[in-house]
Design a protein. Structure first.
Length: 944
C-alpha cells in the first residue's frame, strides 16, 4: 500500500513521470526479501531490524523511508499547475484499477483467514455468502470467528483504531506491510459477476438470520446498511492515509503533503483540520441518514381535464415518510423523533423483530431508490407501465433540466435555422439569409478611414441591406434609424465625425453645458455583411470542433443557413432537417480570435486522435476518379474553363498580378491536349505559389486488380515538385483520411491552404461531373457470360456442403450426403445425434458456427472469382464499381449482393433457429442442414 499511496500523492500534483519512476525504486536485495509483485508469496512481516553481524539488505522501514524522501523531493520541485493536465486523470484511473485488482484475494493478509464473498441482489440487498467446507475448516483450525460490528459506533471504532496503532508503535503487534500489493484491509469491490470480496480483517458479519431446517452453515447472511457502514468505517480508519487520496479533492491534500514535507513518515497517522472530513466521515458519504427534500415550488401538481394529479416526486417522498414512521413504530413505539443505529440494532435481537425490521428496511431502500433513480427498482415497472421519473431522470439526457432548461438559453446577436448544402461556398464560408443579415448588427467605430462607407450604411437604414439600425453617441445614447426619414438619416450620416456638443437629455438644464471631450467616438450598428466572422454551432456540442468560426456570405433569396458539406463531419450534422446556431461576435478581439484560433480551416484535424475531420464525399469522389484516370484528355477550352471555375483567381491574393499560372499541354500534336492530372497540378501550382512545391507518395483506395494489366501503377499516388504524375485521386486523397493529398498540404503549408485546396477541387470535380454526367445503369450490374456460368457452378456445388459440415460436426465425417440419403441406418444415427445437439444450446451454437463458416467460404469464393474480372463493363467504365471502390458510396458487399448472391444470413450471429420438430421452416425436412434450410440465399438483388 505504501507504493500506491506514494503514487497517488504524486499524481495529485500532476507528477506523472515521477509516479512512473517509482516502480524502479525497489528494495535492496536480501535473503529475507520477498517478491513484492506476488501477493500470494507475501509472508508474515518483512524484517524491520537487522541482526548484528549479518548483511540482510534493506529493511522495510528503510525502504519506506526512501519512498518518503523520494516523494518529498518530487513534491518540493513540483510545478504549481501540473495537476490540471488531462493525462493525469487517466493515469490515476489506471492506478486505482490496479489497486482494486490487487486487493481481490482469497486470504486475509492480517489473520490469514478465508475472506468471504459478497453478493449483491439488485440495488436493495447485500448478502455475505457462506464459506465452503474447506474454508470453514481452515477458519476453525486457526481459531478465528467473524465479528459482529452491528452495534459499533464511531467513537468505539476510533478508540479501537487508536489502540491498535499504539500497539503497533510499541512493537507488540507488527503490521504486515505489503509494499506493492495489498493493504491491511481493502474495500469491497465488485467483480465481473456482481460479487464482491470483503478483505477487511473485521469483515464478514453474522446478522442473525432466520433459523431454517437443516444445515444453516450454507445460508447466505443478509448484511444491513449498518453492517456495511461499520465495515467501511473500519476500513477507512485502518487506511487513513490511502483513502483520502482516493476520495478527497486535491485541495484537501495540502495538509497531508505539508506533513510529508515536514518529516512525517509514510503511513503515519496524520491529523486533519476540522474543515476536512475524517476517515469515518468519508465512509459515511456512501450512506443516507437524512434525505434532502426540494421545495414545493419544484414539485407542482399536474392538472389535466380539471383533474389534479399529485407530482410523482411527492408520491415517492410520501412513501419514504410512511416507511420511516412505520420503522420508528416497530423499533420504539414511544419515540417522537428519528431513530439512531443503536436503537435499530437493539430491535433486531429477536428473530421476529429482526424479520419485521429488515423487511421494512428493504422497503425503505426501495422507496429511496425511487426518489433518486427510479430505474434501480426492477419491480416498479413489472406491469408494463411507464416508470415515474426520479431525480436522475429529471436531470439526465436531452429532456433533462440541464440540457433542456439550464443550458438552452437564448442569447443576443444569434440566429438559428435549418441548414442546407452549398458546394459553391468556400470551405470556411456560411451562407446567411438576408433576414438574418438585417437583424444582426456589429458596433463599428467611426474613423476617418471608414466614415464614407458608414455614412452610406446609415443612409440605407435598417430595411435596406447593407445598412445600419442605430448610431451610438459618445455618451452611450442610441439613435434608432427605423423611425427617421431619409432626410434625417442623411443629416445624421453627415455628423458621424462631428463631436457631440451637448450633455445628455437627462440633465435638468438641457443644453446649457457643453460636453467635455471623452476620447470615444460614435459607433454605427451596421448590418452583418460579407466577410464578417461568425460562430457556427450545432448542439449537442460534443467536442471543440462542434463550434467553429466561419466567414459570412449573405445569399439573397435564401431562407436557410448554407455551408459546404465538407463541414458536416465536424458538426456531426446532415441535411435532413438539422438546425444550427450562428453567433455574431461584438468586438474586434473576438473577431480576431475566431479568424486565427477558431477558424473552420483550423479544425481540419480531430483533437482526440489527430485524424482529419474534413473531406469531400460522394459526387466529388466520383468526379475525382474519372477526371484523374489515365485516358481523360481535355482541350484548351475545357482545361482553362475547369481551372478558372475551380481556382477563382480573383480570390487568390498570392498570385502575381492576379494571373493564373498554366501548364503546357501533355500532347502537342495534332491538337494540344491536357490530362485531368494536369488540372490538379495547375491548382497545386497556383494555390502554393511562392512556396516550395509538394513531393508525396501515397496509396489510394482503388487497388491494382481493378486496373488490369495496363495501368496497375495507378494504385499509387506520386506527386513530384507539385505535379500529379501517377495515380488517381479518390477518397483516400481528399476525403477525411490520413496521409492523403489534402492532409499533406495541411501539414506542409497551412490550414488555410488545405481549406482552399478542398474548396477548389470540390468545384473542379463537380463541374467536370456536370459536363460528362454520371449515373448507375443496369448495364453496370451484369456479369458476362463466363461470370454467370461460374456463379451457377459455385452455387450448385454448395448444396451438399452444409450437410457435409453437419456430418463432420456430429462425428460422421466418413459419410457424405449421398450415403445419408440412401442408408437408413446412417439416417437414424444422424437423427439421434442431431436430437442430442438440439437439446444443448451450446452444441447447437457450435453447429451453427461450423455451417456458417462453410457457407461463408463459398460466398467469399464466389465474390473473389466473379468480381471485378467478370463484370459486363469493367472498371473504370463501370459506374457502380467507381462508386464502391473509390469510397464515394456503398461497398463491395453491396455490389456483391446485387450481382452475385446474398449469402448466409445471420440472426444475432446465429443461423435460422430450429423448431422443436427440428425444422427451420415447415417446408424443410427435420434436421435438414443444407445451406438453403439454414438461411443461405443464393439469389441476388439483380434478378430477385
Amino acid at each position: 500500500a505504501a507504493r500506491f499511496t506514494a503514487k497517488l500523492r504524486l499524481l495529485e500534483y500532476g507528477l506523472i513521470q515521477e509516479a512512473s519512476d517509482l516502480d524502479n525504486l525497489l528494495p535492496q536485495s536480501s535473503k529475507f526479501s520477498l517478491d513484492i509483485e506476488d501477493e500470494d508469496n507475501m509472508d508474515e512481516d518483512l524484517p524491520t531490524n537487522r541482526p548484528a553481524g549479518k548483511n540482510l539488505g534493506e529493511s522495510t522501514d528503510d525502504y519506506l523511508e526512501r519512498i518518503r524522501k523520494y516523494v518529498v523531493d518530487s513534491l518540493t520541485n513540483a510545478p504549481r499547475a501540473s495537476y490540471k493536465v488531462t493525462t493525469v486523470n487517466q493515469v490515476r484511473r489506471l492506478l486505482i484499477k490496479d489497486l482494486i485488482k490487487r486487493s481481490r484475494v482469497a486470504t486475509c493478509q492480517n489473520c490469514k483467514g478465508p475472506v468471504p464473498n459478497l453478493r449483491r441482489d439488485g440495488y436493495l440487498k447485500v448478502f455475505r455468502k457462506a464459506l465452503s467446507n474447506r474454508q470453514r475448516a481452515a477458519q476453525q483450525a486457526k481459531g478465528l470467528e467473524y465479528r459482529d460490528v452491528m452495534e459499533l459506533d464511531a467513537a468505539t471504532i476510533e478508540k479501537e483504531i487508536k489502540s491498535k496503532r499504539m500497539a503497533n508503535a510499541s512493537g507488540s503487534s507488527q503490521d504486515s506491510m505489503d509494499v506493492d500489493g495489498d493493504s491491511d484491509s481493502s474495500s469491497d469491490e465488485e467483480d465481473s459477476d456482481g460479487e464482491s470480496t470483503a478483505e477487511d480483517p473485521y469483515d464478514a458479519v453474522d446478522a442473525h438470520p432466520k433459523k431454517t431446517a437443516g444445515d444453516t452453515k450454507n445460508v447466505s447472511t443478509f448484511m444491513t446498511p449498518i453492517h456495511l457502514r461499520n465495515h467501511l468505517r473500519l476500513l477507512f480508519s485502518n487506511e487513513a492515509e490511502l483513502v483520502p487520496l482516493l476520495f478527497q479533492q486535491r485541495d484537501s491534500q495540502a495538509v497531508t503533503v505539508m506533513e510529508v514535507l515536514s518529516g512525517a513518515k509514510v503511513g503515519a497517522t496524520l491529523t486533519l483540520p476540522s474543515h476536512l472530513r475524517t476517515p469515518i466521515e468519508l465512509a459515511d458519504m456512501f450512506f443516507i441518514e437524512a434525505l434532502p427534500v426540494s421545495p414545493t415550488k419544484f414539485r407542482p401538481a399536474s392538472i389535466m381535464n380539471d383533474d389534479v394529479m399529485e407530482n410523482p416526486h411527492n408520491v415517492y417522498l410520501g412513501t419514504v415518510l410512511k416507511t420511516c414512521v412505520y420503522m420508528r413504530d416497530l423499533v420504539d413505539p414511544n419515540a417522537s423523533e428519528g431513530l439512531d443505529s443503536q436503537k435499530i440494532a437493539q430491535a433486531t435481537k429477536g428473530p421476529v423483530g429482526f424479520e419485521r425490521v429488515i423487511n421494512t428496511w428493504i422497503q425503505l431502500q426501495r422507496a429511496v431508490n425511487n426518489v433518486m433513480d427510479s430505474t434501480k427498482n426492477p419491480t416498479i415497472s413489472a406491469n408494463g407501465k411507464q416508470v415515474d421519473p426520479g431525480i436522475r431522470q429529471i436531470l439526465e439526457k436531452k429532456e433533462g433540466l440541464f440540457r433542456q432548461n439550464m443550458m438552452g438559453k437564448r442569447v443576443n446577436y444569434a440566429a438559428r435555422s435549418v441548414i442546407s448544402p452549398d458546394p459553391n461556398l468556400e470551405s470556411d464560408e456560411v451562407g446567411v439569409p438576408p433576414v438574418f443579415a438585417r437583424k444582426l448588427t456589429f458596433p463599428e467605430p467611426v474613423t476617418p478611414h471608414n466614415v464614407k462607407e458608414l455614412r452610406q450604411l446609415v443612409i440605407n437604414g435598417p430595411q435596406v441591406w447593407p445598412g445600419a439600425t442605430s448610431v451610438q453617441n459618445e455618451d452611450g445614447s442610441l439613435v434608432y434609424l427605423e423611425m427617421l426619414t431619409h432626410e434625417s438619416r442623411v443629416a445624421l450620416a453627415n455628423q458621424l465625425l462631428t463631436p457631440q456638443d451637448s450633455m445628455s437629455r437627462m440633465k435638468p438644464l438641457g443644453n446649457v453645458f457643453t460636453a467635455q471631450p471623452t476620447g470615444v467616438g460614435k459607433k454605427v450598428y451596421r448590418h452583418l455583411r460579407n466577410g464578417d466572422m461568425v460562430v457556427m454551432n450545432r448542439q449537442p456540442t460534443l467536442h471543440r470542433a462542434s463550434m467553429a468560426g466561419m466567414r459570412a456570405h449573405v445569399l439573397p433569396g435564401e431562407r436557410t443557413l448554407r455551408f459546404h458539406y465538407m463541414n458536416c463531419n465536424q458538426f456531426n450534422s446532415d441535411f435532413d432537417g438539422d438546425e444550427m446556431n450562428m453567433h455574431f461576435p461584438q468586438s474586434e478581439a473576438a473577431r480576431a480570435e475566431l479568424r486565427d484560433i477558431m477558424g473552420a480551416d483550423m479544425t481540419y484535424l480531430n483533437p482526440t486522435d489527430g485524424k482529419p475531420l474534413r473531406g469531400l464525399i460522394q459526387d466529388s469522389v466520383d468526379g475525382g476518379v474519372i477526371l484523374t484516370k489515365r485516358d481523360t484528355l481535355l482541350t484548351r477550352a475545357e482545361y482553362q474553363e475547369l481551372v478558372y471555375w475551380a481556382l477563382r483567381p480573383e480570390t487568390q491574393p498570392q498570385l502575381p498580378d492576379g494571373k493564373v499560372q498554366l501548364l503546357p499541354p501533355a500532347i502537342f500534336k495534332p491538337t494540344p491536349m491536357w490530362t485531368g492530372k494536369q488540372v490538379v497540378s495547375t491548382l497545386m501550382l497556383n494555390l502554393t505559389w511562392g512556396y516550395a512545391q509538394l513531393n508525396m507518395i501515397s496509396k489510394n483506395k482503388v487497388g491494382k486488380k481493378y486496373w488490369g494489366p495496363s495501368a496497375q501503377e495507378e494504385e499509387r499516388v506520386l506527386v513530384l515538385d507539385g505535379e500529379l504524375l501517377v495515380g488517381i485521386l479518390d477518397k483516400s486523397q481528399f476525403g477525411a483520411a490520413s496521409y492523403g493529398l489534402v492532409h499533406s498540404v495541411y501539414e506542409l503549408y497551412s490550414a488555410s491552404h488545405a481549406g482552399r485546396l478542398l474548396s477548389s477541387i470540390s468545384r473542379l470535380f463537380l463541374r467536370y461531373l456536370q459536363e460528362i454526367g454520371f449515373s448507375c445503369r443496369m448495364e453496370d450490374l451484369l456479369l458476362d457470360k463466363k461470370g454467370d456460368a461460374i456463379r451457377k457452378e459455385i452455387i450448385d456445388g454448395q448444396k451438399p456442403e452444409g450437410i457435409k459440415a453437419a456430418l463432420g460436426f456430429v462425428g460422421l465425417k466418413d459419410y457424405d450426403d449421398q450415403k445419408l440419403e440412401s442408408d437408413a441406418n446412417v439416417q437414424a444415427e444422424f437423427k439421434n445425434r442431431m436430437e442430442e445437439v438440439l437439446r444443448h444450446e451450446n452444441k447447437l451454437a457450435q453447429l451453427d458456427g461450423t455451417i456458417q463458416g462453410t457457407m461463408n467460404q463459398i460466398t467469399s469464393k464466389l465474390y473473389e472469382t466473379c468480381l471485378p474480372s467478370h463484370l459486363h463493363l469493367p472498371f473504370p467504365h463501370n459506374n457502380m464499381v467507381v462508386m464502391t471502390v473509390s469510397g464515394a458510396k456503398g461497398s463491395n458487399v453491396n455490389l456483391s449482393q446485387i450481382t452475385c448472391c446474398l449469402g448466409q444470413q445471420s440472426l444475432e450471429g446465429r443461423r435460422v433457429p430450429l423448431m422443436l420438430s427440428g425444422k427451420s421452416l415447415p417446408s424443410f425436412a427435420p434436421y435438414d442442414c443444407a445451406g438453403r434450410a439454414g438461411g443461405f440465399i443464393s439469389n441476388r438483388f439483380l434478378t430477385g
